[in-house]
Structure formats: structure tokens, C-alpha cells
Design a protein around this ligand. Structure first.
Ligand SMILES: Nc1ncnc2c1ncn2[C@@H]1O[C@H](COP(=O)(O)OP(=O)(O)OP(=O)(O)O)[C@@H](O)[C@H]1O
Ligand code: SF4
Ligand SMILES: [Mg+2]
Length: 355
């Protein structure tokens, strides 16, 4: 029987040889105490992200993407949340860092574009002030300088007439403009780590392209490390270097963007990409819904967490899928996947696509 601790990697994930990870996450576990019991939202997640690289995180709703990212920023409520494991940012341990130390890093060294722009901006302050304040706080700039910076950032994210809109309140902005304002807020201090959680979902394609260009510029100029959560395969293909596929709070597959989009190995990834037996060449489509629903994180199923929905579980001998949790097994070249299907069977199912 495979246990959670056996799943724990002992060294950095492969795929980034010779590059020091800027963000390193090891065996991250996030538990929420609820009236119904303990929700295991993230269950032993590990990954590395070097400077100047973009890691995509994909998975269905509820797979733990946002919970992972909030843990990196230290934003969970400690009264109801237990976070264990190691989160290292440029060698600094964040998991047990004091609140003040995290506050100094947040919005400065590391920042996040939140999934929900409505809750991320305060209705009580002008948009400009909300962008200028963290800049003032972290750089010591004067009010006038910070205001100019807010105008500049609003312009960079495509807000028309930013010198006038800087004094608007969030409710004066449309949903798409609020999203852009939040992106300006996340970028105002030129973060070294940017976590972008579905940053462009609410935006039309032209603005989306503009924002993606802006992030690419930031990465080129500053070597920013970016974690990018998205349901959009076109965005994954366009911006990510590596991809981590999450299911039920765990990584079920990871690899380069080409590995994952062109030759995925895990049945869950096949389902997400809708790519079996035809390996998709068309990345310009969203992830697809998979029949069935993700498992309860209060009482996850035994064995492979995907087994209740997996069409291939009966192809694995001895009923292993139902009783034994597959470890995340490295496959060389930075790839890893967690599935009991024998390699020969995977090759038969994905002709010509799997090494
Ligand atoms: N504060 C909380 N208390 C209890 N459960 C929570 C809490 N926050 C998140 N969860 C649960 O943790 C799981 C993971 O949630 P998370 O928000 O990370 O999903 P996600 O992958 O970001 O999904 P989406 O694509 O919809 O944004 C979900 O089952 C969610 O209900
Ligand atoms: S381990 Fe079994 S149930 Fe899980 S994905 Fe692989 S074949 Fe499917
Ligand atoms: Mg989310």
C-alpha cells in the first residue's frame, strides 16, 4: 500500500536541472476545520519554480489551485486552517514566518492577482489610492510619485484615460476594468514572484492578449517567476513553461507544457484535454468537463482518488486502483505522473504520442 509519506519527494522535482528554484514547495498540506470535519484541500503537493519561468496549474474547480496559492502567500486564516510542509521563497522559509515578515513580502517581493476582483478591491477607497499605497509603503515614494505610478500602471493594463480614472472608486469600473485594476495593483511593485489566479478570465480577447504581453514583458525585464492558474489551454500553451495538473488536492501529472499538451500520460489529464484517442493540436479551447464529479475532500476515496471516474481502472490488475494510491513517479525529463496503468498500455492508448 502506498502511503502519503511515500509520495513525498526527497529532492527537487526534475525538469529544472541547473536552475535554482526561486519558489520551492515541499509536501504542502492545507486542512480546513469545518463543522462537517477536516477538509483536506491540499494533500502533499511539491513543486519548484525558478526565476524567469512560468508554471501553469490546471485542474477542475475545487482541485486546490487557489488554496495552494493562498498558502504560498500566507493568506489562510490560521484559526481554521492548518498549513504544513515547506514553502521556500529564495531560500526563506515562509510556512512558519511571522505575520509581519509575510506582510513585508506580500505585494512587494511576491504578489497575487486574485481570482475574484470584486472582493480584492476595497469599495471605500479610490482605485488609484489602492494601487499607490502599497507602492508608497514598499518603496518609500512620495504621495505624488506613487500617484504617478498608479496612473502609469492603470495605463499599462489598458485603462483608457488613466489620469482621470485614477480617482474613481471600484464601483465606477466595469468588471473587466476592475480586473485590470487588480492586475495593476499586483504588478505595481514589480514582484519577483507573481501568482496569477485566472487573471484574464473576465477579459475580452484583446485585453487578455495585452495583459499576457504585459506579464511577458515583466518576466523578461525582471526575471519574474510566475504561477499561472487557468482553465484556458490556449493560455497554457502560450505562456507556461511547465504544467502541474491537480486533482483532489494532489499533483497527478507534471511536465513541460509540450509534454502535457502533446503527450499527456494520466487519464485525468486525458479527460481534461478531451484528447484521447486524438491528441489535440488545437490548444485554442478550454479544458473540458469530465463525466462525474470530483471527490469529497472530507472523505476522499481510497486508492487512486480518480478511480470512481476513471474509464481505465479495470485495466489495472488486482483492483489496485481502488485500494492502492499511485505514487507520483518521476519518468525522466522532468515528467512525473501518478497512475497504475502499465507503460505499455499507456503507449497503446496514446499511439505515437508517448515516449
Ligand atoms: N475556507 C475554506 N473552508 C473549507 N473548505 C475550503 C475553504 N477554502 C477552500 N475550501 C475547499 O477546498 C477545495 C479547494 O478549493 P480551491 O478554491 O483551491 O479550488 P480551485 O482549484 O481554486 O477551484 P476553482 O477552479 O473553482 O477556482 C474546495 O473543495 C473548497 O471547497
Ligand atoms: S491509477 Fe487507475 S484509476 Fe487512477 S488514473 Fe490510473 S488507471 Fe485510472
Ligand atoms: Mg480557484
Amino acid at each position: 500500500m502506498t502511503t502519503a509519506t511515500e509520495d513525498r519527494p526527497t529532492g527537487p522535482p526534475e525538469g529544472t536541472p541547473g536552475t535554482e528554484p526561486f519558489l520551492s514547495v515541499r509536501d504542502l498540506r492545507v486542512r480546513f476545520a469545518t463543522e462537517d470535519g477536516l477538509v483536506k484541500a491540499v494533500d502533499g503537493l511539491s513543486f519548484d519554480l525558478p526565476r524567469g519561468r512560468t508554471l501553469g496549474i490546471v485542474g477542475e474547480s475545487g482541485s486546490g489551485k487557489s488554496v495552494t496559492n493562498l498558502a504560498v502567500l500566507g493568506l489562510h486564516d490560521p484559526r481554521v486552517t492548518t498549513v504544513t510542509g515547506d514553502i521556500l521563497l529564495d531560500g526563506r522559509e515562509l510556512t512558519h514566518a511571522p505575520r509581519r515578515a509575510l506582510e513585508r513580502l506580500r505585494g512587494n517581493t511576491m504578489s497575487m492577482i486574485f481570482q475574484d476582483s470584486l472582493t480584492a478591491l476595497s469599495p471605500y477607497y479610490t482605485v488609484g489610492r489602492q494601487i499607490a499605497e502599497p507602492y508608497r509603503k514598499h518603496t518609500g515614494a512620495s504621495r505624488a510619485r506613487a500617484r504617478r505610478r498608479a496612473v502609469e500602471m492603470l495605463g499599462r493594463v489598458g485603462i483608457p484615460r488613466p489620469e482621470r480614472r485614477v480617482d474613481d472608486y471600484p464601483h465606477h469600473f466595469s468588471g473587466g476594468m476592475r480586473q485590470r485594476a487588480m492586475i495593476a495593483l499586483a504588478l505595481v511593485c514589480d514582484p519577483e514572484l507573481l501568482i496569477a489566479d485566472e487573471p484574464t478570465t473576465a477579459l475580452d480577447v484583446t485585453v487578455q492578449a495585452q495583459i499576457l504581453d504585459l506579464l511577458a514583458d515583466l518576466q523578461r525585464e525582471r526575471g519574474t517567476a510566475i504561477v499561472f492558474v487557468t482553465h484556458d489551454l490556449g493560455v497554457v500553451a502560450g505562456v507556461c513553461d511547465e504544467v502541474l495538473v491537480m486533482y483532489a488536492g494532489r499533483c497527478v501529472e507534471r511536465g513541460t507544457v509540450r509534454d502535457i499538451l502533446k503527450s499527456p500520460r494520466h487519464p485525468y489529464t486525458w479527460g481534461l484535454l478531451g484528447s484521447l484517442p486524438r491528441m489535440t493540436d488545437d490548444a485554442d479551447e478550454p479544458l473540458r468537463p469530465i463525466p462525474g464529479t470530483p471527490p469529497s475532500l472530507l472523505t476522499p476515496p481510497p486508492g487512486c482518488p480518480f478511480h470512481p471516474r476513471c474509464p481505465y481502472r479495470d485495466q489495472v490488475p488486482d483492483d489496485r486502483c481502488r485500494v492502492e494510491r499511485p505514487p507520483l513517479a518521476p519518468e525522466g525529463g522532468g515528467r512525473a505522473s501518478a497512475c497504475h496503468l502499465p507503460d505499455e498500455r499507456v503507449r497503446e492508448l496514446t499511439p505515437g504520442a508517448v515516449r
